[in-house]
Design a protein around this ligand. Structure first.
Ligand code: ADP
Ligand code: ADP
Ligand code: MG
Length: 643
C-alpha cells in the first residue's frame, strides 16, 4: 500500500477519499486554490499544497503543478476524484512519466471510452448491446438527417465528446432536424471544442440504469446496478440501488454485459457502464443498451457502497497498489436498498439557478451518511459545483430507505443560501417515485407540482415576526420594550408579509398575519405558537431561517432602506447568478431592441442568455468575456430613458 497519496480534487469527494485513505493508514496531501485556502478538505488532510488561483483552469486543472506538488511532498500516487482531471488521458500519462501511480484506469482505457462514437463501436464489437443509431464518420447534415429517417423518430442527437448532458437534442419531427443539429453542434463546439455528433434512437419511457464495475487490469467484476432515472435536463438528482423492479434475469444480463465491456478494454479500477433502458413494458433483458462508460468513481457511488458493504475508495487504492480484486463475483452480495439526494445551493423557482452564499448554519440529522465538503461558515463560491452535500440513506426495503430519506431531508438545516431541499423533499413524496415507477421524464412532467412553493404557515410567519422584533431569544420579554403593538415587515419568496405583534402580558402575544391571529405563549422551553413549539431557527443579519421541513427564509425589511431601491431599475442588466461571462455582444453606443441578446453567462453546466428589457442605447459594458462575476453584478448599463 502507498505510504502517502495526493488528492487532485476538492470538496466532498476530496474529503471522502481522505477518510478512506486514513482508515488504511495512508497519509494524504490536499491541493487547494485561493478560494479553498480554508476549505474542509485542506483541514482534513495531513498536508496541503497551494496550487493557484480560484478558477479551475488555474488550479485544479493544472496537471503539471499538481504532479509537482506530489513529487515535492513525497506522495506516491494521485487520486483524481471525479470531474477535473479524472478522465484526462494526457494527465494519466504525465503522472506515470513522473514515476507516480494514477489511481484509476490506464490512459488507453480512458481514450477508448472518451468519445461516444468510438466507444459504441468498440462495445458493439465486444458484443455489448448499443443504442441503435448512426455513429459513423460522415458528418454531412444531409447524411445525418437520412440516418435519422432510417432510425425512425424520435431521435437523439448527441455530441460524441459530450458530457454533463451538453450537446444533446431530442428531435421528434423530421422538419425540426436541421435546426436541432445546428444547435447541438454549436453547443458541442463551445463546450468540447469538437462538433461531431452521433444520432440515436430516442428510447421510449427511458430509464437510466448503470452498472458499477471494478477491474484489476485483467479480471473484472460488477457491483450491481444503480437507477439514476430521476434527472433534470439529463442530470441526476436522486439515485438509488438496486433499480426498482429489477429482475434476476435482467440483472444477470446487465451485469454480464458490463463486465464484458470492462474486460474488452482491460479496465483497472472503478468504472460505470451507463445503459439506457426501455421501461415501457417493465424491465426486460432484451431492452437495455450501452450509452457510455464513465472511467472514474461516480458521484452516486455511495448507494452501491450501502447495498454491498464495500468501500469503493478502499478498493481503488488497493487495486492501484497492485493487489488483485479483493472479492470474486460470487462473494459480492446485495442487501437492502439505498438512496442518495444531491443537495445543491440553487434557486429552484428561478429555473434551478446555481446560487452562492456563506452557509451561516449547517446541520444534518444523526444516523444518516452525509458526504459533504463544506462546514457551517464555509462559502459556496461561484468557481465550483454548488453542491452542499450528498444525503445517503439506506434500509432493509426500498420503502424504509425512502421514508428515511424524506425524514433526513426534513431534518437537514441549511441557512445562508437558497437550496433545493424543498424540491428533493417533494420528489421523495412523489407517488410515482414512491411506487418505483420512474423514468427520465418524471421530473419534467411534474415540475410544477414538484417546485410549487407553499406559503409559510401563519405560525411560522408569527415566529419570524417575533424574531424580527428581537423577542425570540430566551431572556427577552415584552416587558423590555415600550409600545404594546409593533408592526414588522418581512419578505418571503419575493412577497412582502406584514405582521402586527400585540402583547397581552410578559409572556403572551397575539400576532396578526394576513388578517389571521396567531396566539403566542412563552414558557421555560421557549415560545409556543397556536400551541405548537417554535421550530429551530438561525439568524444572520436581516435574514431569519426557520427549519420547518425544508426551511423558510424571511428577510426583515427595514423601512428606511426602501427608498433607495428601484432608482436604477430598468437600466442595468445584472448577472442573475454567479458565473463566467462567456460572451458580450454589444459595445457602448450600440442601439439595442427589447429582447436583443446582450451577453451569455455560464454557470455550472448551464448557459444563460441575458437580453435587453427595453429598447435603448448601451451606455457602458461593465464585464468582459472571460470574467467571473458574482450574482447581481452589473454587466451592461443602458442610457437613461428620455421622457
Ligand atoms: P455523474 O454521471 O457522475 O453525475 P456528470 O456527467 O453529471 O457525472 O458530470 C461529470 C462529473 O464531473 C461529475 O462527477 C460532476 O460532479 C463532476 N464535476 C463537474 N464539474 C465539477 C467541478 N467544477 N468540480 C468538481 N466536480 C465537477
Ligand atoms: P452524458 O455524457 O452527457 O452523461 P449520456 O449519453 O450519458 O450523456 O446521456 C445522458 C442522459 O440522456 C441519460 O442519462 C438519459 O437520461 C438520456 N439519454 C441518453 N441517450 C438516450 C436515448 N437514446 N434515449 C433516451 N434518453 C437518452
Ligand atoms: Mg452519462
Amino acid at each position: 500500500m502507498f505510504s502517502k497519496i495526493l488528492i487532485a480534487n476538492r470538496g466532498e469527494i476530496a474529503c471522502r477519499v481522505i477518510e478512506s485513505a486514513r482508515a488504511l493508514g495512508v497519509r494524504t496531501v490536499a491541493v487547494y486554490s485561493d478560494a479553498d485556502a480554508g476549505a474542509k478538505h485542506v483541514q482534513l488532510a495531513d498536508e496541503s499544497v497551494h496550487i493557484g488561483a480560484s478558477a479551475p483552469a488555474e488550479s485544479y486543472l493544472r496537471g503539471d503543478v499538481i504532479i509537482q506538488a506530489a513529487l515535492v511532498t513525497g506522495a506516491r500516487a494521485i487520486h483524481p476524484g471525479y470531474g477535473f482531471l479524472s478522465e484526462n488521458p494526457d494527465f494519466v500519462e504525465a503522472v506515470e512519466t513522473a514515476g507516480l501511480t494514477f489511481i484509476g484506469p490506464s490512459a488507453q482505457a480512458i481514450r477508448a471510452m472518451g468519445l461516444k462514437d468510438a466507444a459504441k463501436k468498440l462495445m458493439e464489437e465486444a458484443g455489448v448491446p448499443v443504442v441503435p443509431g448512426y455513429h459513423g464518420q460522415n458528418q454531412d447534415p444531409e447524411h445525418l438527417s437520412g440516418a435519422a429517417d432510417t432510425i425512425g423518430y424520435p431521435v437523439l442527437i448527441k455530441a460524441v465528446a459530450g458530457g454533463g448532458g451538453k450537446g444533446m437534442r431530442k428531435v421528434t419531427r423530421p422538419e425540426d432536424f436541421a435546426a436541432a443539429l445546428e444547435s447541438a453542434k454549436g453547443e458541442a463546439r463551445t463546450a468540447f471544442g469538437n462538433e461531431a455528433v452521433l444520432i440515436e434512437k430516442y428510447v421510449e419511457k427511458p430509464r437510466h440504469i448503470e452498472v458499477q464495475v471494478f477491474g484489476d487490469g485483467t479480471e473484472a467484476v460488477h457491483l450491481f446496478e444503480r437507477d439514476c432515472s430521476l434527472q433534470r435536463r439529463h442530470q441526476k438528482v436522486i439515485e438509488e440501488a438496486p433499480a426498482p423492479g429489477m429482475t434476476q434475469e435482467m440483472r444477470a444480463a446487465m451485469g454480464e454485459a458490463a463486465v464484458r465491456a470492462a474486460r474488452a478494454i482491460g479496465y483497472k479500477g472503478a468504472g460505470t457502464i451507463e445503459f439506457i433502458v426501455d421501461g415501457s413494458d417493465g424491465l426486460r433483458s432484451d431492452r437495455f443498451w450501452f450509452m457510455e462508460m464513465n472511467t472514474r468513481l461516480q458521484v452516486e457511488h455511495p448507494v452501491t457502497e450501502a447495498i454491498t458493504g464495500i468501500d469503493l475508495v478502499e478498493w481503488q487504492l488497493r487495486v492501484a497498489a497492485g493487489e488483485p480484486l479483493p472479492l470474486a463475483q460470487d462473494q459480492i452480495t446485495l442487501s437492502g436498498h439505498a438512496f442518495e439526494s444531491r443537495l445543491y445551493a440553487e434557486d429552484v423557482p428561478k429555473g434551478f439557478l446555481p446560487a452562492t452564499g456563506t452557509l451561516t448554519h449547517l446541520e444534518f440529522p444523526a444516523g444518516v451518511r452525509i458526504d459533504s465538503g463544506v462546514r457551517a461558515g464555509d462559502t459556496i463560491s461561484p468557481f465550483y459545483d454548488p453542491m452542499i452535500a450528498k444525503v445517503i440513506t439506506d434500509g432493509p426495503t426500498r420503502a424504509i430507505a425512502l421514508a428515511r430519506m424524506t425524514r433526513a431531508l426534513e431534518q437537514s438545516e441549511v441557512a445562508g443560501s437558497v437550496t433545493n431541499l424543498a424540491f428533493l423533499g417533494a420528489l421523495t413524496r412523489h407517488a410515482g417515485f414512491a411506487a418505483g415507477d420512474v423514468d427520465t421524464g418524471l421530473i419534467e412532467r411534474d415540475l410544477d407540482a414538484l417546485t410549487r412553493s407553499v406559503p409559510p404557515a401563519p405560525r411560522l410567519v408569527a415566529q419570524a415576526a417575533l424574531a424580527a422584533a428581537g423577542l425570540a431569544g430566551p431572556m427577552t420579554g415584552f416587558t423590555l420594550w415600550a409600545p404594546l403593538a409593533r408592526s414588522v415587515t418581512l419578505k418571503h419568496a419575493d412577497e412582502e408579509i406584514s405582521a402586527v405583534i400585540r402583547s397581552s402580558g410578559p409572556d403572551n402575544a397575539r400576532i396578526v398575519v394576513d388578517g389571521r391571529e396567531v396566539d403566542a405563549r412563552r414558557d421555560d422551553a421557549g415560545w409556543r405558537l397556536d400551541g405548537a413549539r417554535a421550530v429551530p431557527m438561525a439568524r444572520t443579519g436581516s435574514e431569519i431561517t426557520l427549519f420547518d421541513g425544508p426551511g423558510s427564509v424571511f428577510t426583515v425589511i427595514d423601512p428606511l432602506d426602501r427608498a433607495a431601491e428601484g432608482a436604477a431599475a430598468g437600466n442595468l442588466i445584472e448577472a442573475p447568478m454567479p458565473g463566467l461571462v462567456k460572451a458580450v455582444f454589444v459595445a457602448a453606443g450600440d442601439s439595442v431592441e427589447a429582447g436583443q441578446k446582450l451577453a451569455v453567462l455560464e454557470a455550472m453546466k448551464m448557459e444563460h442568455t441575458l437580453t435587453a428589457a427595453r429598447d435603448g442605447v448601451v451606455a457602458e459594458v461593465l464585464a468582459a468575456a472571460g470574467s467571473q462575476v458574482e450574482a447581481g453584478a452589473a454587466l451592461v448599463r443602458l442610457e437613461d430613458e428620455e421622457d
